[in-house]
Design a protein around this ligand. Structure first.
Ligand SMILES: [Zn+2]
Length: 124
């Protein structure tokens, strides 16, 4: 499975992560899944997002029942692109994306529910 994200959208995410650093940002990803490809179309700021308190305290029960939400994205101010155990235990949707410090375009990773790394293609 491959994840496609538009360059402009990715740059916006990285900018958001940079602004909140050293706190974490958390965003929901809206998009389409077809033929083994996930196309990320837009971002949604989650309701009651409490930035900086860590992904584990994120109120998953508050998420909208919206099937166009295909996953979540959060930042790792530590610079690690690997998902934590808590990240995988709080998986929501089909993919988990991580952007990590210093928030350059190559500092992005995507994982499936099993924690397997997926290819990320940046489109323009
Ligand atoms: Zn994490």
């Amino acid at each position: 499975m491959k994840v496609k994200i538009d360059r402009e959208l990715l740059l916006g995410i990285l900018e958001n992560a940079k602004t909140l650093h050293p706190k974490e940002t958390i965003l929901l990803l809206r998009g389409k899944v077809k033929k083994g490809e996930i196309m990320i179309k837009e971002l949604v700021i989650p309701p009651l997002a409490t930035y900086g308190h860590g992904f584990t305290t994120f109120p998953l029960a508050m998420l909208p029942m919206d099937f166009s939400i295909i996953g979540t994205l959060h930042s790792h101010p530590s610079g690690s692109l690997n998902p934590s155990t808590a990240d995988l235990n709080h998986f929501f949707g089909k993919i988990l994306m991580i952007v990590a410090w210093p928030y350059e375009p190559h500092m992005v990773a995507a994982y499936n529910r099993k924690g397997e790394k997926l290819d990320v293609e940046i489109t323009s």
